[in-house]
Design a protein around this ligand. Structure first.
Ligand SMILES: Cc1cc2nc3c(=O)[nH]c(=O)nc-3n(C[C@H](O)[C@H](O)[C@H](O)COP(=O)(O)OP(=O)(O)OC[C@H]3O[C@@H](n4cnc5c(N)ncnc54)[C@H](O)[C@@H]3O)c2cc1C
Length: 428
């Protein structure tokens, strides 16, 4: 089988890639190993993620499907002694901040909708698991070998492979990219489920995201998924979870009452309506994640920490950037360069560095961060948490202030992200 672009993974990264490629007249095949609908964590969108969904022409569908409307994010400090709110706002063309909303999504439903939409727009779906990378002998990627649902093998030859396999990091695991490094939050565990009967605010902020803080790297999320159900998750150092010697379920139920009084008030009785699941070691970064014939998208090359819900946005935005980079490549652009996607890498890394610095500043300097959101840099914090982190000529003042607090210098010019000041170590 031959196509212009083979996409490994039919999650939001893969389907957004297929749709953006299609808009540019490029044919793609999506290879997906699971049968949809399938469960995924990652349910709260940033403001700019909503903007991408709108750019894909899916706003009416989102409203019809009744995904809860998110207008902002409230963080409750330790002991619920204080709290701060950051609204979802858009920037107009003349630079004004205006009210906007985004969505919370039950991923099984949202991801299936995206996959159906990508197929309806012309992408082909191959149900199977990519197991090997096909190369052209000079290290260039030319496709993938797939174990089909019926057990047979099929080669899919392509001019470009987009790795949208999420945390499975398909190309990194096959040694195509540079090394994979552990991130700052790799010794964390997230344990999560869904509850009914939770108390929500009345009015327009009923379906907002709540973040509840206990101490550094110990927190919880509260994300409404429909009229009845709220997604809840507790994120802690893995060592803390191990010390407790509890089942995941017992741990979650107890933490939902111990972690923060505001969480206990909102969930007076814990009635779980979903399996209790977990994710560990989710923080990493892959070097040289794009090269001749391949680009890794979103989680397939980097993930920091879920606290401010950047994952879906980053993955869908990178899909949009990658579609343009692929178009240029197919038309012969930068083929004489050692890395034809060097500019794409720089654009994406600069944006992700900003995300990482915002997240690190929150964990390392929570009081300063809260002060920034209230007074000093309110508008810029709104921009950052919405996801306006790409293509900035100059870092905004708030990002400079955060980097100063972190004693971190990002002023490199070779396009390689250097997480100075963080605890990155090469993977064993
Ligand atoms: C605890 C936690 C909480 C999070 N909360 C949020 C949040 O609130 N908001 C947010 O925006 N993000 C959140 N995220 C991040 C979010 O889950 C991810 O960023 C998002 O799912 C990435 O989408 P994706 O399409 O890149 O990958 P995925 O959604 O993981 O999709 C990848 C797809 O690839 C398929 N696949 C993998 N390997 C192969 C293969 N070899 N062959 C064929 N198919 C393959 C998989 O079956 C899967 O369907 C959270 C993450 C964690 C860990």
């Amino acid at each position: 089988m031959k196509t212009q672009v083979a996409i490994v993974g039919g999650g939001p990264g893969g389907t957004a890639s297929a749709m953006f490629l299609r808009e540019l007249g490029i044919q793609s095949v999506i290879i997906e190993k699971e049968t949809f609908p399938r469960y995924r964590i990652g349910e709260s969108m940033t403001g700019e993620c909503g903007a991408i969904v709108r750019e894909l022409g899916l706003e009416d569908r989102m409203l019809k499907d009744k995904h809860p409307i998110k207008r902002g994010l409230t963080v409750y400090g330790a002991g619920a002694k204080n709290s701060w709110f950051v609204p979802v706002m858009a920037r107009t063309e003349d630079g004004k901040l205006v009210e906007e909303f985004t969505w919370q999504v039950r991923r099984s439903k949202f991801d299936q909708m995206l996959l159906e939409e990508a197929i309806a727009r012309g992408a082909e779906l191959v149900q199977g698991q990519a197991t090997e990378v096909l190369t052209n002998g000079n290290g260039g990627v030319r496709g993938v070998r797939v174990r089909m649902a019926d057990g047979g093998m099929q080669d899919i030859k392509a001019e470009v492979v987009l790795d949208c396999s999420g945390m499975a990091t398909f190309l990194a695991n096959h040694g195509v990219t540079g090394p994979k490094y552990r991130g700052n939050y790799d010794r964390q565990i997230a344990i999560f489920s869904q509850v009914v009967g939770a108390i929500r605010d009345e009015g327009p902020h009923r379906d907002d995201t709540l973040i509840l803080y206990r101490r550094k790297n110990h927190w919880s999320w509260f994300i409404p998924l429909d009229e009845e159900v709220v997604s809840v998750g507790v994120v802690v150092p893995a060592a803390y979870f191990a010390e407790k010697k509890e089942s995941k379920r017992d741990f979650l139920v107890r933490e939902l009452h111990d972690l923060n009084p505001e969480l206990k008030r909102r969930i007076p009785e814990v009635k779980l309506v979903e399996e209790v699941r977990s994710v560990v070691n989710y923080s990493y970064q892959v070097r040289q994640f794009a090269g001749p014939g391949f680009i890794c998208i979103g989680d397939a090359h980097r993930f920091v920490d879920p606290v401010f819900s950047f994952g879906l946005y980053v993955t869908m935005k990178e899909a949009q950037f990658a579609a343009q980079a692929v178009k240029d490549y197919l038309e012969g652009g930068n083929r004489d360069q050692p890395n034809p996607f060097a500019q794409h890498i720089k654009l994406v890394e600069d944006g992700y560095d900003a995300v990482e610095d915002v997240v690190d500043a929150f964990w390392e300097h929570p009081l300063a961060f809260a002060a920034f959101t209230h007074v000093r840099y309110r508008d810029e914090v709104i921009d950052m948490l919405s996801g306006r982190v790409y293509g900035m000529d100059e870092p905004p003042r708030v990002l400079k202030a955060m980097r100063k607090l972190l004693k971190r210098d990002r002023s490199m010019d070779d396009g390689i992200s250097r997480p100075l000041g963080s605890s990155y170590t090469p993977a064993a």
